[in-house]
Ligand binder design. Structure first.
Ligand code: ATP
Ligand code: MG
Length: 171
């Protein structure tokens, strides 16, 4: 069995969650199970429907809609902590080829979790399980702990010209 590494997709450009989903497809096609934990988000995303196509794809959301433009609530914080516990149990179980902690960096940035909380969970990961953390603002100590860190650099983004998220492209 090969060992699993810690990956981070961060930066201001598009593709952090999309790249993680691409790796999910590869892991599934390799016959392994995927746990996809989605922090912050509580809205309908395409990935929520992936279990209809892949029985080995398990997804849970730990957000309350999107607070991003207001102050996070007590519920946001409770959901993030519950999400961390769920990811911890998936990481420790040895059952999954890949665990994704989508937008976990954003949960840290907004003070819902600390990077120490997340590091403690990563330290308990089963040897063979790969983990991908996504979201802008990856903190330094998580970057230090990771084996592969990719920064998506924004050259242009149509969001800046008023193009909001589109079904089939962004969700
Ligand atoms: P994708 O899921 O398309 O791979 P991502 O994971 O790299 O994107 P996120 O930071 O998760 O990017 O952003 C998700 C959505 O947030 C974008 O689709 C966009 O509609 C919206 N958004 C909000 N603010 C910005 C911004 N300043 N620049 C770009 N996108 C933004
Ligand atoms: Mg994302």
């Amino acid at each position: 069995m090969t060992r699993g590494y810690i990956q981070i997709n961060t930066g201001e450009g598009k593709g952090k969650t999309t790249a993680a989903l691409g790796t999910c497809i590869r892991t599934l096609i390799a016959g392994k199970k995927v746990f996809f934990g989605q922090f912050i988000k509580g809205q309908s995303t395409a990935e929520l429907k992936l279990p209809e196509y892949f029985e080995n794809f398990h997804i849970e959301q730990f957000g309350d809609g999107c607070f991003i433009f207001k102050k996070p609530s007590e519920t946001d914080s409770k959901k993030a902590h519950y999400g961390l516990l769920r990811c911890k149990s998936a990481l420790m179980s040895g059952e999954y080829g890949l665990v994704v902690m989508d937008e976990v960096n954003v949960a840290i940035k907004h003070g819902l979790l600390t990077s120490e909380d997340v590091l403690a969970v990563l330290n308990e990961k089963a040897e063979q399980t790969e983990v991908i953390l996504t979201g802008r603002y990856a903190p330094k100590d998580l970057i230090n702990a990771a084996d592969l860190v990719t920064e998506m650099k924004k050259i242009k983004h149509y969001f800046d010209n008023g193009v909001s998220a589109r079904e089939g492209i962004e969700y």
